[in-house]
Ligand binder design. Structure first.
Ligand code: 5GP
Ligand code: MN
Length: 355
């Protein structure tokens, strides 16, 4: 048996090099008013990494504000200071004035200003330093003064932990910060069921547990926070709507606005349903088409296993992108047209899907 020594406890594979650590140390050292922004329709990792970094920088005596483009789901509202997050869509003038006073903007969990929609206007105009901390492929390098991009990592939350670790400062991670970072890592890995084979991930979670977090409770707060309607919506989607293409190891479901209304749809209710068809034996790809309840758009979500590249499929057919196994996009057309485009996409990828 090999005992884990104190030193090994923190021996993460070096992902942040000494120059990057020095640069970040200088940037964090020189700022006073920090704004943290993350992508539109923030998920657990976007909110978790933003609030995790917020907690850390507040601990370092900074004046920090998290601004998100729009609403984030109810199952993330338990996080400390989630109620202090400013929603740009509802507080534009306040957001403009806070961004105007910032001397540092940290952009988390997105790779391109287009992913923050209209919030990109004040962020783009701001003259202060902009830092990108993210794990999506191909960051738009032209828009940021300093970039730490690690597509190989599970989550931006993991990256935030690694940055703090590289600064030798994990002691400054608060209990709430540890909860936030765990929540981000957990949600971006389907509670450690995909993208989660790096042993370091478990070392990091172990460190967060040492801060006293109750990960089982956090999992419950996130996973068991739905209405009866959401459960019935899942039943309806799987029973009535799911179209399975056995020869392609793929499936598709399309859900219209009227159907969502029938289940008193609240934002977030469709979250995760797209993963379910991957439970079918041998399945490689699941596609969800959802009519947006506010704008005339079809939202596309895709999930895959192993090496099937959802991001390539989404950039080819759905004006989108994302990760290899989880990507999305949007279509500006009717649902019937969207279904036709999706069938075309399946046809185009037939060989890879059949293999
Ligand atoms: P979801 O299916 O949960 O909405 O999105 C899964 C992932 O796909 C997101 O984490 C994000 O990386 C990516 N994604 C979703 N929608 C878009 C989009 O419209 N454009 C791009 N580039 N990526 C997207
Ligand atoms: Mn993420």
């Amino acid at each position: 048996m090999h005992d884990i020594t104190e030193k090994e406890k923190y021996m993460l594979k070096q992902k942040i090099n000494a120059q990057e650590a020095a640069a970040i140390k200088k940037i964090f050292g020189e700022c006073r008013n920090v704004v943290i922004v993350c992508h539109t329709s923030p998920d657990g990792d976007a909110i978790g990494s933003s609030l995790g970094l917020y907690e850390y920088l507040k601990r370092k005596g900074k004046n920090v504000t998290v601004i998100v483009p729009n609403y984030f789901p109810d199952f993330l509202h338990w996080m400390k200071d989630a109620d202090k997050i400013i929603m740009f869509e509802r507080n534009k003038s306040l957001s403009y004035s806070i961004i105007g006073m910032a001397d540092l903007i940290c952009c988390l969990d997105f790779n391109d200003m287009r992913r923050i929609d209209e919030l990109g206007v004040p962020v783009g105009r701001a003259k202060c330093r902009k830092v990108l901390i993210d794990h999506h492929l191909n960051p738009d390098k032209s828009k940021f003064d300093f970039i730490i991009s690690r597509p190989e990592l599970s989550s931006t939350s993991e990256l935030v932990f690694r940055i703090i670790d590289a600064l030798g400062d994990t002691g400054a991670i608060t209990f709430a910060g540890a909860e936030d970072l765990y929540a981000g890592m957990a949600t971006d890995t389907g509670f450690l069921s995909f993208n989660s084979n790096d042993p370091d991930l478990f070392v990091i979670i172990s460190e967060l547990l040492r801060k006293g977090i109750d990960k089982d409770q956090i999992n419950r707060r996130i996973q068991n926070n739905f209405s009866p309607d959401r459960l019935r919506l899942i039943g309806y989607v799987l029973y009535e709507k799911l179209e399975v293409y056995p020869d392609l190891h793929a499936s598709l479901f399309a859900i219209r606005k009227e159907e969502l209304t029938q289940f008193h749809y609240l934002k977030g209710d469709m979250e995760g349903i797209v993963n379910m068809p991957l439970q079918i034996k041998g399945h490689k790809l699941s596609i969800c088409l959802r009519e947006d309840t506010e704008r005339p758009l079809i939202r596309v979500s895709t999930r895959s296993v192993d090496d099937f590249p959802c991001n390539e499929l989404c950039s080819q057919f759905f004006n989108g992108g994302g990760h290899k196994n989880a990507a999305g996009g949007t279509l500006e057309c009717t649902m019937d047209e969207a279904i036709d485009i999706t069938k075309e996409a399946l046809e185009a990828w037939r060989e890879r899907l059949q293999a």
